[in-house]
Ligand binder design. Structure first.
Ligand SMILES: N[C@@H](CCC(=O)N[C@@H](CS)C(=O)NCC(=O)O)C(=O)O
Length: 264
C-alpha cells in the first residue's frame, strides 16, 4: 500500500491527500510532527533531503515534491481523471500548480510562521531558537523563517507575502468568471493544489477580508468544502494541538493584514 509521509496541517500534504481521496486510492498516512521537528530527523532526511513533507513511498519507490506526487498519482491511477480534457485546460492547470509552488507556497509559509507559529518560537530560549533555525536545510527558507519570527507581520517578506496572496485571490476570482473550476469544466489537480492555500486563509480567520472583493472565490471555496474529499483530507486530520496553534495566533494579525492590503 502507498505510504504518505504526511503532516496534519501541511498545505503540500493536503494537496496530495485531496487527490488521493478524490481518486479513492488507499494509502497509509505516517504523520511527521512538523512542530516537533520530526522532518529534520536523519532517517526522514534520507528519504526527503529537503526536510519537508510530503513524501510518497510506493513500495520502496520514493517520490518527493507535492506537485510531482500529484502527477505521479495521476499516472498510476488515471481514473477518475483529475486532468482537464483540453490541452489548453491542462496548460492552465499546470500553470496554477507552478504558481502555487513558486509563490503561494512560500507566501503562505511566511504568513503562517509570522502569525501562528511565531508565539511558540518566541517562547523558546535563545539556544533552542538558534538550534531550531540551524536545522533547516535550505538557507533561503531558514532566512525567511528567521525574519518573520523576529518581526512578525512587519517583516518585509511577510508584507510581500500578504500582497502575493492578495494577487492569488484576485487571479482566482478572475479565473472563476469563466467557469466553476480553475482550469476547465471539471475539478482538476489545479483545484486540489490551490484549495489548501485558500483554506489556510480561512483557518487563520483572514479569508473574510476578501468577502466583498472576491465573491466567486467564496462560492468556489464553499463548493470545494462540500466535496467528498474535503473532510477526510483536511478536517478529519486536525488535532487538538493544531486547533490550539491556530487559536493562539496573534489576535492583531487580521487587522495588520488589512492595513497591508489597504496600503496597496
Ligand atoms: N516544494 C515542496 C514544499 C514542501 C514544504 O515546504 N512542506 C512544508 C509543509 S507544507 C514542510 O514540511 N515544512 C517543514 C518545516 O517548515 O520545517 C513540496 O511541494 O512538496
Amino acid at each position: 500500500m502507498l505510504k504518505l509521509y504526511d503532516g496534519t496541517t501541511s498545505v503540500c500534504a493536503i494537496k496530495v491527500r485531496l487527490a488521493l481521496f478524490e481518486k479513492g486510492v488507499a494509502f497509509e498516512s505516517h504523520n511527521i510532527d512538523l512542530r516537533k521537528g520530526d522532518q529534520l530527523d536523519p532517517a526522514y532526511l534520507a528519504l526527503n533531503p529537503n526536510g519537508v513533507v510530503p513524501t510518497l513511498d510506493d513500495d520502496g519507490g520514493i517520490v518527493i515534491e507535492s506537485s510531482v506526487i500529484m502527477q505521479y498519482l495521476e499516472d498510476c491511477h488515471p481514473t477518475p481523471s483529475l486532468l482537464p480534457e483540453s490541452p489548453a485546460g491542462r496548460a492552465a492547470m499546470r500553470l496554477w500548480m507552478k504558481r502555487v509552488d513558486d509563490t503561494a507556497h512560500p507566501s503562505i509559509g511566511s504568513l503562517t510562521h509570522a502569525t501562528v507559529y511565531r508565539p511558540a518560537f518566541l517562547a523558546l530560549d535563545e539556544d533552542a531558537r538558534a538550534e531550531r533555525l540551524a536545522k533547516i536545510p535550505d538557507p533561503k527558507r531558514r532566512q525567511r523563517f528567521a525574519a518573520v519570527y523576529k518581526d512578525g507581520l512587519d517583516a518585509p517578506i511577510a508584507i510581500a507575502s500578504v500582497k502575493n496572496l492578495n494577487m492569488l485571490i484576485v487571479d482566482i476570482e478572475e479565473a472563476l468568471t469563466v467557469g466553476d473550476f480553475l482550469a476547465g469544466t471539471s475539478y482538476s489537480l489545479a483545484d486540489a493544489a490551490v484549495t489548501p492555500y485558500v483554506n489556510r486563509l480561512f483557518d487563520m480567520g483572514l479569508l473574510g477580508l476578501w468577502a466583498v472583493s472576491a465573491p466567486r472565490v467564496f462560492r468556489w471555496y464553499s463548493a470545494i468544502r462540500e466535496r467528498a474529499n474535503f473532510a477526510p483530507a483536511i478536517i478529519d486530520y486536525l488535532t487538538d494541538s493544531d486547533r490550539a496553534a491556530f487559536n493562539a495566533m496573534d489576535p492583531e494579525a487580521p487587522g495588520r493584514v488589512m492595513e497591508i492590503l489597504a496600503a496597496g
